[in-house]
Design a binder for this molecule. Structure first.
Ligand code: AMP
Length: 357
């Protein structure tokens, strides 16, 4: 039996690149679809250079590959449906539709998966904000297209409300209660359509809404860590998940609230490459191929630091002085401000002492 497959990845950024690396050392061949000829995945795969919603290019990818996957959720789900044959996309397009829109995502999480989310309501125009109670902090988020804090307004004053009203008149939004959390965590879970495996809970520290540092395992009680993992598994089961999914959550004094899901490996899981027996990319590939999934264990406590465009020199200097730290650079040609260029993973029992770049 020839178990070597050709895997097509929609998106050739760093996540596509790291998925491809896992697939390649398992013996598979990879073709990616990306608008940029020198995208990170071009270092390790053939690239079909085209826009993500180019249906002819998607068709070519589907025809040339046994299995398809994606590295980000804003893929044209309708376009994919027209080209995908049978079970060629194990993750399915329903998962894409759920995670592309905060309304479908929150409805799914609260009503179908049965996990706690911040109380929310749909806002279709500024009139829906007329009776807002400004004594309670809230956050307005665009239903689609938001990322890393873009398309969001925290509302606690009249000035904020003016901004929020403008946003609400531009596009459909979700108004959420502001959660006073102790920390932000995420949990990765992988599935092969039938069985699931879950990673340690990760603690995430953001700056300007961009992930800066991940500490794994998260510094939370065993009770809350168990609860967070069970919630991630519950979501995965409800989705009949294939591949890797990341669940982002808030930890309050005594509870866990789900913020959002990403139907793919996630920046907060990069530490798993060195720190776990299998990485989030390994289990993604195993999962979409319907292979058995290993139980995950972590070798030692780890810290991941993101390397943005402005941090590349500091990161290179850091590994000169700390040779046991692993520097990953994704091969992006231009180091723009706030652009994710790479990351550093190191083992540390004292995560507070590991300074961000
Ligand atoms: P998101 O785009 O939903 O991941 O939000 C970006 C960041 O905004 C999160 O990582 C949180 O730090 C913060 N945030 C989002 N929603 C809430 C909320 N309901 N309450 C408090 N902080 C929030």
């Amino acid at each position: 039996m020839n178990s070597t497959k050709t895997i097509g990845i929609i998106g050739g950024g760093q996540l596509g690149q790291m998925m491809a690396i896992s697939a390649i050392y398992m013996g598979h061949k990879v073709i990616t679809l990306d608008p940029s000829v020198d995208c990170p995945a071009s270092r390790v795969s053939e690239v079909i250079v085209a826009a993500y919603d180019d249906v002819d290019a998607l068709r070519e990818l589907a025809e040339r590959c046994d299995v398809l996957t994606y590295e980000f959720e804003n893929v044209d789900a309708d376009g994919l449906d027209t080209v995908v044959a049978g079970t060629q996309l194990p993750q399915g397009t329903d998962l894409l539709r759920i995670s592309q829109n905060r309304i479908t995502e929150k409805d799914f999480l609260s009503q179908k998966a049965g996990v706690a989310v911040a109380p929310y309501k749909v806002v279709t125009s500024s009139a829906d904000l007329d009776k807002i109670d400004l004594s309670k902090k809230q956050v307005l988020k665009t239903a689609t297209g938001g990322y890393d804090g873009h398309g969001q307004v925290v509302i606690s004053s009249q000035t904020d409300l003016v901004k929020a009203r403008k946003l609400a008149d531009l596009t459909v939004c979700v108004l959420e209660e502001f959660v006073t959390f102790d920390l932000e965590i995420s949990v990765l879970v992988s599935g092969n359509g039938a069985d699931f495996t879950v990673f340690p809970v990760q603690e995430n520290i953001h700056h300007n809404n961009i992930l800066s540092k991940t500490i794994a395992p998260a510094r939370i009680s065993d009770h809350l860590a168990k609860k967070a993992k069970l919630m991630a598994l519950q979501i995965a089961k409800r989705l009949d998940l294939s591949g890797t999914l990341c669940v982002e959550m808030f930890v309050t004094a005594d509870d866990i609230i789900v913020n959002e899901i990403a139907p793919r490996p996630h920046n907060s899981g990069h530490y798993s490459i060195e720190a776990c027996n299998f990485s989030q990319f390994d289990t993604h590939i195993l999962g979409i191929l319907g292979q058995p999934l290993p139980e995950i264990y972590q070798h030692a406590p780890a810290v991941m630091l993101n390397v943005l465009g402005q941090h590349v020199k500091a990161a290179q200097a850091y590994v000169q002085n700390n040779p046991s730290a692993h520097l990953h650079l994704y091969g992006k040609l231009e180091a723009k401000h706030n652009r994710k260029m790479g990351h550093v993973t190191l083992f540390s029992e004292k995560p507070d002492e590991v300074e961000e770049f």
